[in-house]
Ligand binder design. Structure first.
Ligand code: A3P
Length: 268
């Protein structure tokens, strides 16, 4: 089923849930389609980034039937669950990760909203305990990162690791790096003409979350799950975790991260 899915020229956007996947998809799509569309004509203005770049695990048949010229695919699958053919294809992999505490809060609200539960009915403490036990959609978050990180140590030329917070604090440097890695670097002329800046603005939380398409409609994640578009856009604030974590929770998760991530140089 997966055999012919990826080509060496493909780029696979990989992430754990709630780490900035929607943003990475939007940026990569805008970078690669900038010869065809500008910020006023981009399909991103009317289409959810998840409908522009499908998830492998959910839409494999659709991808096979309508493979476009765009060499972008995405996945939340852990590295160890990627089909061997994808690993063998030698395609490039962009991995986005994010502060673990903000991921947890984001994931909590996402799941709570899908289940249509209020904060009172689904207290944060329960989500915290589950997360620390590694109960999650696609592996414990730390394992998800570690698997990709280990693979990146073996094949550094195939991987670009991006941190959500870095992208936020210095968008132009990191978007340029992304563009170079995916084979469409910005020229000096383009930068002077504001193309880079326009893409950053188009893909910003402020722009995307305020589009009509983001406020209405549902994304068909798979045949059973239909998710309201608005659920992909909440606050996008760094450090929102401080509104949820007690001192004991902070201590527990910091200890866990120290244990799991030691030696990687990755700061969560
Ligand atoms: P919050 O819940 O903290 O607001 P994913 O795309 O992997 O599902 O991650 C969703 C998180 O990214 C949410 O975080 C969401 O608000 C944020 N997000 C969505 N679009 C974004 C954008 N264009 N720029 C920055 N953050 C964005």
């Amino acid at each position: 089923m997966w055999d012919t899915l990826t080509q060496p020229s493909d780029i696979l956007l990989c992430s754990g849930p709630k780490t900035g996947t929607t943003w990475l998809k939007a940026l990569s799509f805008a970078i690669l389609t900038r010869g065809k569309f500008d910020a006023s004509t981009s399909p991103l203005l009317t289409t959810l980034p998840h409908d522009c770049i499908p998830f492998l695990e959910n839409h494999v048949e659709k991808i096979k039937e309508n493979r476009s010229d765009l060499p972008l695919l995405a996945t939340h699958l852990p590295y160890s669950c990627l089909p061997k053919s994808i690993i063998a294809s030698n395609c490039k992999i962009v991995y986005i990760y994010r502060n673990i505490k903000d991921v947890l809060v984001s994931y909590y609200h996402f799941v709570r909203e899908i289940a249509k539960l209020s904060v009172e009915d689904a207290p944060f403490e329960g989500a915290f305990d589950d997360f620390c036990q590694g109960i999650s959609y696609s592996r414990p978050y730390w394992d998800h990162i570690l698997e990709y990180w280990k693979a990146s140590q073996e094949m550094p030329e195939r991987f670009l690791f991006l941190k959500y917070e870095d992208l936020k604090n210095d968008a132009s440097s990191y978007v340029k790096r992304l563009a170079e890695f995916i084979g469409r670097p910005f020229s000096v002329e383009e930068e002077k003409a504001g193309v880079l800046e326009n893409i950053i603005n188009l893909c910003s939380f402020n722009t995307l979350s305020n589009l009509e398409v983001s406020k209405s409609g549902s994304y068909q994640a798979d045949e059973n799950a239909s998710l309201e578009h608005r659920l992909f856009f909440r606050k996008a604030e760094d450090g929102d975790w401080e509104n949820y974590f007690t001192d004991a929770m902070k201590e527990k998760i910091d200890k866990l991260v120290d244990e799991k991530m030691s030696g990687t140089g990755l700061v969560l």
